[in-house]
Design a protein around this ligand. Sequence first.
Ligand code: MRU
Length: 351
Amino acid sequence: MEGQSKKIHSSLRTVEWKDNKVIMIDQTKLPNELVFVKYSDYNQVAEAIRTLVVRGAPAIGVSGAFGLALAALQSTASSKEELLKDMEKARTILFETRPTAVNLKWGLEKIMEVAGHGSDIDQIKESVVTTAKKMAEDDVKNNMIMGKNGSVLFDNNDTIMTHCNAGALATVAYGTALGVIRATKESGKNIKVIVTETRPVQQGSRLTAFELKHDGIDVSLIPDTAGGYAMAKGLVDKVIVGADRILRKGHVFNKIGTYQVATMAKKHGIPFYVAAPLSSFDMKNNPEDVVIEQRKASEVTGIGDRKTAPDGINVINPAFDLTPPELISGIITEKGIAKPPFEESIKKLFQ
Ligand code: MRU
């Protein structure tokens, strides 16, 4: 990590390329401090992804692309072949940081493809940086289009539940699920948000509550265990979440607990929507092929520095779960909204 600075931004930019360095908000410090970190080594970017300095599928995808662009700049290769070899090594290190979000693979593949087509070392270095920067810009544009597309599904005075953080902090800016919420608000509708705290890393309370409050959107925090209560009491009109990976038949992998929220929504007749860019779709794999990241026990045996479980306790700590298509009312993308049956509607998004 190089320089650190503290400043409050009016609109959050999660990850950015500046002067051949990658700048990120350190999300492990939120909500207490808004700290920016600056990296010039791809190994630092890999470590940042691994330790959740940056997280959220689209943000990880763009960070992977930026990391690989740094690797190209760091390389001292004297031939195109050597440069591609250095980049291949960096790609593996970046790829192995987190297994579930498909956007990471997408971001890395795109940069390797551009590098492979390059004519010489200088041209490759320039084109991978330009491509990674464009991917970041496209992410913001796509989120804004997605937001507009999704906003038609929400009505004036709706209370919308969300889980985890699929906001500006999970993307380059604006967000997917929270992008739809922002666009709904921008369209003039009055809305309220209920966010689950999202144990064990608390992306709901630390990040979603922080960024919605930062933008002046009415948000209430509930414990994860109060989702059923809120729905049964009629406090929730609709649910919207993001996705780490969506399969061709509409299976959605997202933050642990999403499946429970979707099941409760179905039980109470509440529409359950997913918002994600096309870069979050995996049209090849089946549900059983997807690796669910298992994280360290200490995330569950304590809160912050405080221990809340006995020493030596066995822990099961999956980071993601699978929500089956029958629980999902619609999948909002930058290319439109896919409705059930998803196999056909998702295919159309790619045509
Ligand atoms: O472990 P995280 O914080 O990376 O998990 C994030 C999520 O599950 C998000 O809901 C998902 O990546 C969608 S982000 C637009």
